[in-house]
Design a protein around this ligand. Sequence first.
Ligand code: 0A1
Ligand code: ZN
Length: 884
Amino acid sequence: MQRTEDGQIVKLTDYRPTDFVLRGVDMTLRLFEGHADVVTILAFERREGAAADAPLCLDGDELILESIAVDGEILPPSRYEATPDALVVSELPESGGFEVRLETRIAPEENTKLMGLFRSNGIWCTQCEAEGFRRITYFPDRPDVLAPYKVRIEAEKAVAPVLLSNGNPVEAGELADGRHYAVWDDPFKKPSYLFAVVAGDLDALHDSFVTMSGRTVALGVYTEKGRAPQASYAMDALKRSMVWDERRFGREYDLDVFNVVAIADFNMGAMENKGLNVFNHKYVLLDQDIATDTDYAGVETVIAHEYFHNWTGNRITCRDWFQLCLKEGLTVYRDQEFSADEREPTVQRIASVRRLKAHQFPEDQGPLQHPVRPGEYREINNFYTATVYDKGAEVVRMIATLLGEADFRKGMDLYFERHDGDAATIEDFLACFEEAGGLDLSQFALWYAQAGTPTLTVSESWDPKERRHTVTLRQSLTQGAAGTGTEPMVLPVRFGLVGGNGEDRRAEGDVSGEARLKDDVIVLTGEEATITFTGLSDRPYLSVLRDFSAPVMLEHQQSEAERLALGRLDPNLFNRWRALDDLIAEALTSAARRPLGDEEPALKSAIVDALLASADDDELAPAFRAQALTLPGESDVARQLRENVDPDRVHEVVDAARVAIGAKGLALFERLSTGRPSAEPFSPDAESAGRRALANTALAYRCAATGDPAAAVAQYRAASNMTDRLGALAILAHRFAGEAACESALDDFYRRYENDDLVLDKWFALQATAPTYEAVETVERLANHPRFTMRNPNRVRTVFGSFAAGNQVAFHRPDGAGYRWVAEKLAALDRINPQIAARIATTFRAWRSFEPGRRAKLEETLRQLSEIKGLSKDLQDIVDRSRK
Ligand code: 0A1
Ligand code: ZN
């Protein structure tokens, strides 16, 4: 049994299989107001080779055992020991099978942790990943215990006309006292974390999908009453995901039904339970009046992600939680590829890389650092991280780059063929690509074991006499908090040699040192290598690490003139964006090193001109132009500073740059932000969204330059969709906070949408992120607002989370009031929902990077948090590790 009692560390090296094999699960859940009775019948067999007297150890969490029987016989107390978190049964048959029947009674209404069976707005709903099933019944609750499940749900029909579980529906009928039942059968063996039950008075959108082999699958998206029409985009995204997975990976859906349920109270984005995905309703419900284009893209990605898990996660699951990236990194890679195909690939890649740098890089550089496959954990919930998900996806992307498209697909095919029905490991996964690509991935496997972001240093020199271009690559990795080693890794570096005409040059490359050259990829395997390119007529511009082909920090010693040229010419659009973005980020970072109040402009006019030129280039997609205009965020600049960060100075520098760009490009921004017929019929497609993004970005620059809210007020009033309305409101709430224009727009917004919690979240979040010292008082007011509740994770995230992670100025107010406020709230939240409290607390991890005053206050806040009696394991784990 892998138990995680308080303070106990679970280690990858301690893995061993269970003593008993589970053959099948038969459950009955009887749902009542105030409680649920659960009867579980587990068919076990002692594993060959297991000790004949080994007891059966089952996990529990806050459970009360009502009864236990083995093979029909009620057990005497001498045969078992039951506590809230474990059930140990002894004297079981030495060989052959036996059946354990358990009864537990649970209280879904009191379950505020939202793990196990809980109620959300009257709807019964489960969440079992990672260790929630043990809150429903005693069970060998670990991902390598796979079994088919048969589930019967009973409830009062008027309260819960809809009864759903995994698999296919096999039976339904009426019972006495206005109750009814439904039976679901899931023939695919699955681990308990994929179990799900939903019961309630739900509306639904129904559709169907014919798979590539001609089977018809009934699709359902279930919502709270009255909201089914808002599920139509999610349904459309689902069908597109199903087609895409067939075409791209040959993966067909396997059950007769596929259901999605949208729930208001949910700890994460969504959950891939077999045949019954449960979603935070934020990732299902939308229409143009309540959702932005970003929300649409989010729904599409999350729907795809959960659907793709059916193969990468469900049909092939993880042997243990250390292998989490096996399903998560791979599935993120798959959803990114889907979005790239459905939308604009460069813009998607830019968004993914921004996300990686904003969330994963800081994690990898701070005290919570861990490898993509961690070696140990105290609380597994704290490892659903940017490293496991996003860096995990980058690692899969590198495998695809190393193998090339055809061999990567062969490797995936082999993985599905060989491991279908298994609980697999990273080693199993890599072996498939070694075989398909005929290569040795043992050094590559360091990406799973070594934490930290490698630095890739690139230098180049042109020999005009020999017409030779020499490129030297060096990698280094420094030891961080995880202490996992600093060996050279395999870095696939995609590149091009760009001529003055904006075309890639062909050149012969000769490698010296530990690297190999494969088409347009240099695979660096040692600390250093040099490639000499010959056959060039004149000096090319080196475009390196194209498409961000490896998750590294790039230090390319390249002149400003060369980078400006690449920003104009590079045929690789990702690198065209990055050339300018890097120049800007570096300029902002060095300006941020100067003292508060220093007015020397951060950006040289050549850089501003280049930025404005790409914003004005009609040949480029509007979405790309909007990305180009999006300055690195304050937290990006803070991360690049690494130490002695003064968030007020960072804010001042970034804001001054915005004003300067706005002033210089005012005519362009006026043109881009007006004249768009607001009455143009709404379409959520990527191109239309790109046009709206460009216009809204332009509007923000325009208002920054003029200091006049009028244009934003006008757009707010005229808006015919949420993207335009919220775009304008964000400008008012952030740049004109406290002014009459802002206050009256916020009031209007509240009145318009007060009945829709999803939209109200936007109202809460905008105010919590206003970059002013007064935002500390604002969030206190918001936390006392009648619509605020700690019971709803979305609401908590939009007030506490947005404030702590998205308001550099107020959270880091020099008097420490922001820190104290968040810590106080987290201590209270921890008693209700520890998982969310722990996640928000990760914001404190950067404490070492701040200037001495803030650093001392952050450190003290963490110390005080760590000493609170009775903290949850979740929060205690984050606080303790952050202090290291
Ligand atoms: N497997 C899900 C993420 C997830 C993890 C834990 C949860 O517990 C509250 C919920 C969801 C995914 O990757 O989408
Ligand atoms: Zn996932």
